[in-house]
Design a protein around this ligand. Structure first.
Ligand code: 3SK
Length: 517
């Protein structure tokens, strides 16, 4: 096995690796192509631009951009310069960004034109001392003092890469928890390298002649590996799409660019299979697909393979571990399970006292591996609860069968994963109870007809409000107005009371039991 070099700048590592294929397309987005040579040049110019803006090594920039070829330029350009990109979800609210900007103390913001109004609202709210606003593909006039990314790059010198250690902080992602604010997950240059060496090359078998397409966006840990770390580690070509990954949008890319590797999430696979526009097998060029974010129901995997003649390798990863650490593999795939530990990672199932569970029993999932994040930034308590020496507690419950296959058995906390994104029930409940009609609310995840989890709110109304479809729709709209829209409850159930402990704490598990009955 390769050993991670002690001195590693992941951006220069990729540039050196891909220098021999300068004319080959690295990225194909909705409007442009970028060859490996052009990518290397823009990355070095971004480094020069950061210097011109007086951004120094280890300082942070916010990367709030849609999936275009500008995204890898900014991410890798920052790494090249030793500046730390804080890559964030493009689907959040101005409130969320105001918190993240304050918490991460970024000195500059790189934003897509389409997201500029939300970022401006966030900056106003945060009252943050942001020195530079850089806009990728603006769709109108720029605010005073802002720079356009292309213009900035055109006038920037080619900067030499900064020499960094593999253990040095490279970038952050944000991850949400059941309570409290999102946590800044701090990753190193070496962590990127490890995910490519341990998962992408041996499990996915990714290679130079692959064309890859990820429905999961680059700001997710899953998408970052899929659409940047892995393909660029072997000189493959990446198709990027900025729009929402609807089945139609995905089919267009699958048939136009004929990617050989496709990375999706279970809800998307289910809606692709249900779509009347599902292309026939001979119109796509798939070699292998992956799924993560939530457990892939067996039936969906089997139907997909029957239709396309291509396996979906279901796996589980985490933002904290950066990518997938348990996965199905070609030749030993068992749909309905998450597969086996990826070689290089160790996995344990423990009971509440920390002892290993009996064979076949449900236990809390712990992982040990070289791509673990360093910490949650400025959050000692949450860091201590998750990062336990060499081991990391994932927050998921699993069983392991006699053949060593792991099967998902739910979350250890009340977090709900919808289409691969965490939703905190507490956060949604806190918004619902601010509505004039709501006395109390509890939110849980319930499986739909495909076995995929959707959010459901149990609501106790105040006197004078009708438990009908209009009130339900008004509550859904209210949540969408106050939180990232993907967090709204897909179903509302009106009830007279909620199950509670003697001390008045809502018992969400009793509502889940009710749903299962
Ligand atoms: O959700 C997952 O399973 C996942 C996979 C890869 C990277 C990150 C995550 C959260």
């Amino acid at each position: 096995m390769n050993i991670c070099p002690a001195e590693l700048n992941f951006a220069s590592h990729l540039a050196a690796l891909n220098a021999p294929r300068a004319a080959k397309p690295a990225y194909i987005d909705d409007t442009r192509q970028l060859t490996y040579g052009e990518l290397a040049e823009r990355v070095a110019r971004l480094g020069g631009a950061l210097r011109n803006l007086a951004l120094r090594r280890e300082e942070r920039i916010l990367l709030l951009m849609q999936d275009t070829a500008d995204w890898p330029v900014v991410f890798l350009g920052a790494l090249h310069a030793g500046v730390v990109p804080v890559a964030v979800n493009t689907l959040l609210t101005a409130d969320d960004y105001a918190y993240i900007i304050g918490h991460s103390r970024v000195r500059a913001v790189f934003v897509s034109g389409a997201l500029l109004p939300t970022v401006q609202a966030a900056l106003k709210q945060a009252g943050a001392d942001i020195e530079h606003l850089v806009v990728s593909q603006p769709d109108g006039p720029l605010p005073a003092g802002a720079h356009e990314l292309d213009t900035l790059l055109a006038s920037a010198p080619l900067a030499p890469a900064v020499r960094t250690l593999s253990d040095e902080i490279a970038f952050w992602l944000y991850s949400s928890g059941s309570t409290g604010k999102p946590k800044g997950v701090v990753h190193t240059h070496g962590n990127l390298w490890h995910t490519a060496e341990l998962y992408a090359k041996p499990v996915l078998g990714i290679r130079e002649d692959d064309v890859v397409f990820s429905a999961a966006k680059l700001f997710f840990a899953y998408g970052l590996g899929n659409g940047l770390t892995f393909p660029l580690s072997v000189g493959a070509t990446v198709v990027l799409m900025s729009e929402r990954p609807t089945p139609q949008a995905v089919f267009q890319r699958l048939t136009r660019h004929r990617p050989t590797v496709f990375y999706g999430v279970p809800t998307l696979y289910a809606s692709m299979l249900a779509s009347p526009e599902l292309p026939p097998r001979d119109q796509v060029g798939l070699r292998v697909c992956t799924s993560a974010g939530e457990a892939l129901p067996r039936d969906i995997g089997e139907r997909f393979t029957r239709h396309f003649g291509c396996d979906i390798l279901d796996g589980i990863g985490s933002t904290e571990m950066l990518h997938i650490f348990i996965s199905n593999q070609a030749g030993q795939l068992r749909y309905g399970t998450t597969g086996k530990p990826v070689p290089g990672y160790e996995v344990q199932l423990r009971d509440e006292s920390g002892a290993p569970v009996a064979p076949g029993a449900i236990g809390d999932l712990y992982i040990k591996g070289p791509s673990a994040a360093l910490m949650y930034w400025n959050n000692r308590d949450k860091t201590r609860q998750c990062f336990l020496g060499d081991w990391l507690k994932s927050g998921d419950k699993y069983t392991c069968d006699a053949d060593g296959f792991y099967t998902y058995a739910g979350r250890s906390d009340d977090m709900i994963k919808v289409s691969g994104q965490y939703v905190s029930p507490v956060e949604v409940e806190n918004i619902l109870v601010q509505h004039e009609a709501v006395l109390e609310a509890a939110v849980i995840g319930v499986p739909d007809h495909d076995g995929l989890v959707k959010t459901k709110a149990y609501v106790v109304l105040r006197p004078g409000f009708e438990p009908d479809a209009n009130t339900g729709a008004a509550l859904q709209t209210y949540v969408k107005q106050h939180l990232a829209p993907f967090k709204y409850p897909r179903q509302i159930n009106f009830t007279d009371e909620l199950p509670k402990t003697a001390t008045g704490k809502i018992q969400r598990f009793r509502l889940r039991q009710l749903e299962e009955a």
